[in-house]
Design a protein around this ligand. Structure first.
Ligand code: SF4
Length: 380
């Protein structure tokens, strides 16, 4: 069944303000939904989600979108013979109700920043950005974005963990299989997580993002419970491989603003990629980072090389043949990695440059040498 979404628009501006996509928009709160009117012109809604308040709130921000009812989101998301790479050019939004809490223990090989009780959530599957190296292309059969509109079930599951009598803190990454900050004007999930975390003093959240909208950040309450983890890449890598993401200068401007507002800011140099003349390219990026940011105010940094499980890369090669998927990686214990001669100079460069700007104990190096399981994902 198809019907036109007749909810009144929040904004009549039909031009792309770029606020969410590029981070350079200057418009106010009313027009923050504009990019999504262009991105999501089709919305599938599970019958079980139709009457839920979050569904109505999301649809209200997508006036004019064609709304199609479905019985189960898997009918759309899991159907065979899809092309996630092509679907990125015309992504549909799928609103669904998860039949289980979407909170998972972090795999031992994922960067846990020293946190023993480490979890991640997946209330959103897929991303509005389009990075050629993104592991989601190997993980999901579709490029469409699924939003589970019942995150309260995830909160309830987390309640039981936080109240289990264990005094050690709990660390939850809330933006793993998506970019939640880029979707914040549409979903408001980050604000909900902050509200939840403020009531739980032993909970720390990590929000990983490539988004760079200062307007979106300013609309959120500053919280000491959340680490804003900004992924930084050299500008040539962004232009060649991280499609629709903000520039390095826009991300650095957001990092600076976030620090000024009082957020804990983590800088993520992960995944580093063995592009042409990589040491020179990454060295120039570190110059730009150090000249833009007061590094003494950075909470911590993470560093890691691109790595991917055999299963994901096999799917990615089928779905998106490109330089990064067809690089001659070395396979070891089910994981493709750069040969040591290629990867080690990049890591050495990052550690040497970062150690000049930030105490060594605040540099987290993704190191899989002791791990017996393949990594589930790259960290963003
Ligand atoms: S790598 Fe991160 S930002 Fe890029 S498409 Fe994947 S989830 Fe989105």
């Amino acid at each position: 069944m198809s019907l036109t979404n007749s909810v009144s628009p929040a904004c009549n501006d039909t031009s792309a303000c770029g606020t969410c996509a590029s981070g350079v928009g200057t418009s106010g709160a009313e027009c923050l939904t504009t990019p999504y009117r262009k991105t999501f012109s089709v919305v599938y809604v599970e019958e079980a989600a139709l009457s839920l308040p979050r569904t109505r709130q999301i649809l209200a921000k997508l006036p004019g979108a064609e709304v199609i009812r479905c019985r189960d989101y898997r009918e759309v998301f899991n159907r065979p013979h899809q092309s996630p790479a092509l679907q990125k050019h015309a992504q549909a939004l799928i609103l669904a109700v998860s039949d289980r809490p979407r909170l998972y223990p972090g795999a031992p090989v994922c960067q846990d920043f020293g946190n023993e009780r480490f979890y991640y959530t997946s209330d959103v599957m897929n991303c509005v950005f389009d990075c050629e190296y993104c592991y989601l292309q190997g993980m999901y059969p579709s490029g469409h974005v699924v939003v589970f509109v019942n995150p309260e079930d995830t909160f309830r599951e987390l309640d039981t963990i936080l109240c289990d009598g264990n005094p050690r803190g709990v660390y939850v990454c809330i933006s793993y299989d998506t970019d939640l900050l880029a979707l914040e004007p549409l979903l408001g999930f980050v604000a909900e997580w902050i509200t939840y975390a403020e009531k739980h003093p032993t909970l720390t959240l990590e929000l990983r993002t490539k988004a760079a909208s200062a307007a979106v950040l300013r609309a959120l309450p500053v919280s000491s419970r959340l680490i804003l983890a900004l992924t930084l890449s050299p500008e040539p890598v962004i232009r060649a491989m991280e499609h629709h993401t903000p520039s390095l200068s826009a991300r650095l401007a957001l990092a600076r603003e976030a620090m000024d507002l009082g957020w804990k800011v983590r800088l993520c140099f992960d995944p580093m990629l063995a592009v042409h003349d990589a040491v020179t390219v990454y060295s120039a990026m570190f110059d730009e980072v150090f000249s833009a940011l007061p590094m003494e105010r950075v909470w911590d940094v993470s560093v890691g090389l691109f790595r991917i499980s055999r299963e994901y890369l096999k799917e990615m090669r089928n779905r998106r043949p490109c330089k990064v998927t067809y690089y001659p990686y070395e396979l070891s214990e089910g994981v493709y990695r750069y040969p040591k001669a290629v990867g080690e100079p990049l890591i050495a460069l990052a550690v040497e440059r970062l150690a000049q700007a930030i105490p060594r104990e605040r540099i987290f190096l993704w190191d899989d040498t002791d791990c017996s399981e393949p990594p589930c994902r790259n960290s963003d």
